[in-house]
Ligand binder design. Structure first.
Ligand code: NA7
Length: 539
């Protein structure tokens, strides 16, 4: 198949190339085709679903309610789809992806097993020339990077990794056939969201589970359960209201947001609210107080309350102490779990601190920490992602005068609205750095970006224009603004992947934009002002 494709010499000419068949790429494809564009999705995987295609580790599940973590662009789709649980598990999310592809007849325009390796702007032709791993070449007026924010695995360097005789699995590149850990000695590296979801399930299967923790994360009960028919019917009876409420929230999903500030109420009342949030579960915690992520005092009381729950649940005081985060609650994304802390009460589970004495090396039998060898049959690397920029930087993207995007972003990503970069005309990013993306319900942010891009294309077409790109001034101001907004919060106060701090050598820059409503309003104003900050060119 690949050879046949490669045999075709001339680049295939399209109106729009979309890179990635996750939720962003699929909606972009649907929208482009509705507009009559000849569009094609190029996808590295052998199937669609992006994040949900790759992250198949045990327990992989969305941390935003399914009824909200779903497309809203088509009312019939919204009404006909049935989510079985409050928080959808990975297999159900993939079923939804397949349903969407079928329903909107997208399959014929998606090309799998096709990794985009390079995208170069041809200034003379005003077109993007794209080269894929299959050897094929494509050319298109528009190139849309729907490459995902968490799709480039962070694989840390460990000495002698190749010596280990057993398998090493990364949570973000999980084998499709699944892994049975029954009776095995398993090591898990990392204690972020992915590990926190996987550990309770692996612990039930494995003979012994050893968890290597560098930094403890704050995690709260997810309180997942089946959705009742009544709940589903109530939402579906008035879906637009839920969607509208969600868009008014900073995180673009509807939670019970407490308008009160912790600084206005006493410590006792803060703790009482914590009790309520603990029962509500999951990311409802972000709504606990209006100043949770801006006032250190409020945050400290909340953090302490959650620390107290860890001490209550985990029986061994030394393990409880190790599992207790010293950082700001919510500075890293809050994790949602099912029985995570309880898992450390099991006799077959051990926690090893690698914060001060990191993993020294791998051996044929396992790995070494503090001079001691731990032997395993399998190792799970739950070490996260080169977030937001990783999936873009691994493609050789070159704009005007052959400027590489990687070079432009050497000191951190620079975009206007997280949608475009100066010097890269007609190249769009969906949920790029500088947009709310990972700080929101991704589905809502994706739809807002796809619709923005579709409007741009429409605008160019109906005004005899051929290209759009931000001005350097607008881009500079936007980068500054993104930092300013983040600077007004506590989000800069820890080594999170929002800052790129999880990847050695990555520039420390706060990447997402804080606040969906303000962002969406800014986009509306920019369009109303005739695409202010963008340079639009006629033929
Ligand atoms: P995360 O949240 O980035 O977690 C990765 C974990 O791996 C985290 O505990 C890291 O410790 C740890 N890590 C990374 N490198 C090492 C090395 N070299 N040694 C030991 N431990 C290491 O990724 P996830 O996949 O769990 O979650 C990503 C997002 O997906 C999540 O926020 C949700 O939005 C969904 P660290 O904290 O850096 O010290």
């Amino acid at each position: 198949m690949a050879t046949d494709r490669a045999a075709a010499q001339a680049p295939r000419s399209l109106d729009m190339i979309i890179v990635g068949a996750g939720f962003a790429g699929l909606y972009m494809l649907h929208k482009a085709r509705r507009m009559g564009l000849d569009a094609r999705v190029l996808e590295a995987g052998s199937g669609a679903g992006g994040t949900w295609y790759w992250n198949r580790y045990p327990g992989a599940r969305c941390d935003i309610e399914s009824m909200q973590y779903s497309y809203q662009f088509d009312e019939a789709l919204e009404q006909e789809w049935h989510w079985s649980e409050k928080y959808a598990a990975q297999p159900e999310l993939l079923e939804y992806v397949e349903h969407v592809i079928q329903r909107f007849g997208l399959a014929e325009a998606i090309q799998y097993d096709t990794r985009v390796e390079a995208a170069h702007f041809d200034e003379t032709a005003n077109r993007w020339r794209v080269r894929a791993s299959t050897g094929e070449e494509f050319s298109a007026r528009y190139c849309v990077m729907a490459t995902g924010c968490l799709s480039s695995a962070n694989v840390p360097h460990f000495e002698n990794k190749e010596l280990f005789q057993g398998p090493i699995y990364h949570t973000g590149q999980w084998p499709h056939e699944g892994v049975d850990f029954t009776g095995l000695r398993v090591g898990v590296i990392g204690t972020g969201s992915s590990a926190i979801q996987a550990i309770p399930i692996i612990a039930e299967q494995a003979a012994e589970l050893t968890v290597f923790q560098r930094t403890p994360a704050f995690t709260v009960p997810a309180r997942n359960r089946p959705l009742t028919d009544e709940e589903e019917a109530a939402i579906k009876a008035d879906y637009p209201s839920l969607r509208a409420r969600a868009k008014q929230q900073i995180l673009a999903f509807d939670i019970q947001f407490n308008e009160r500030r912790g600084s206005e109420v006493g410590a006792e009342e803060i703790r009482a609210e914590c009790e309520r949030r603990w029962e509500m579960g999951a990311l409802n915690w972000y709504g606990a107080f209006a100043d949770l992520l801006t006032d250190p005092h409020t945050n400290e009381i909340v953090s302490d309350w959650v620390r107290g729950r860890i001490a209550e649940i985990v029986k061994d005081p030394a393990t409880a102490q190790l599992l207790t985060p010293k950082t700001i609650f919510g500075c890293k994304r809050i994790c949602a779990d099912t029985g995570y802390y309880e898992t450390f009460n099991r006799a077959n589970v051990t926690l090893v601190d690698v914060s001060e004495k990191p993993i020294e090396e791998f051996t044929a039998r396992g790995l070494v920490v503090d001079g001691r060898e731990y032997a395993f049959d399998a190792i799970v690397s739950a070490t996260g992602f080169d977030a937001m920029t990783g999936s873009l930087n691994r493609i050789d993207i070159r704009g005007r005068a052959g400027q590489p995007l990687r070079e432009k972003w050497a000191a951190g990503p620079r975009t206007y609205l997280g949608l475009q970069a100066a010097g890269f005309p007609n190249l769009f990013m969906i949920s790029g750095p500088g947009s709310p993306s990972v700080l929101t319900c991704m589905m809502t942010s994706i739809e807002q970006h796809v619709e923005f891009i579709a409007d741009v294309v429409e605008h160019l077409g109906s005004n005899g224009l051929v290209s759009i790109e931000p001005t350097v001034v607008a881009e500079d101001q936007w980068v500054e603004h993104v930092n300013e907004v983040a600077g007004g919060t506590l989000l800069n106060g820890c080594n999170s992947w929002y800052l790129g701090a999880n990847v050695p050598g990555k520039p420390r820059v706060f990447m997402p934009y804080v606040g969906f409503p303000a962002y969406a309003e800014k986009c509306r104003q920019i369009v109303a002002a005739g695409y202010e900050g963008f340079a639009l060119r006629a033929a």
